[in-house]
Design a protein around this ligand. Sequence first.
Ligand SMILES: [Fe+2]
Length: 182
Amino acid sequence: MQRHVTLLALYNHPITRKYVSRSGMAHAISVAYHAYHLAIEKGIDPDLATKAGFLHDIGHYTWYKVDGDWDYHAYQNHDIHPIKGAERAHKLLIRLGEDRQKAKEVSLAILLHTDSILPEGQFNYTPLQSIVHMADEKDKEPHHLHHYRQIEAHKERQLISRLDEWVGAKMTVNTVGRLSSV
Ligand SMILES: [Fe+2]
């Protein structure tokens, strides 16, 4: 399938910079890389996986106390970041020209990347939804330190561009494979 929106286009957008930065750009990029490797391993579309991985925490609010520390008590009681994130990511992707079906799948994977907002019970997750959750878990550090990790802006851009190249190459291979098998 054709690729309408690159990770670099998402990374460069002011909406991403404002909201993804709240929970850490380094964490978002790292989760996108984990999602890529899991997608390749499990035969899932890496374009969807990397976008959902990169944008999975775009729904965060800033739960800062007066002293500047993160208020985890308030966060745990009142957070709805998967819901906000699903909506924000969907709006952003559509605004940038994303295919509607892809925007919906990415949005749903973000909605379900954590069970923190879900009622108790068993759910049948799609493979994409499962790997975005797994990718996030892989990057987590004790005491929420993964949200505070930082890398330099030029390195962020480099990593995003490299991942775009990897995803683009996989999609070209798939397209060629499909064409040659017709
Ligand atoms: Fe996360």
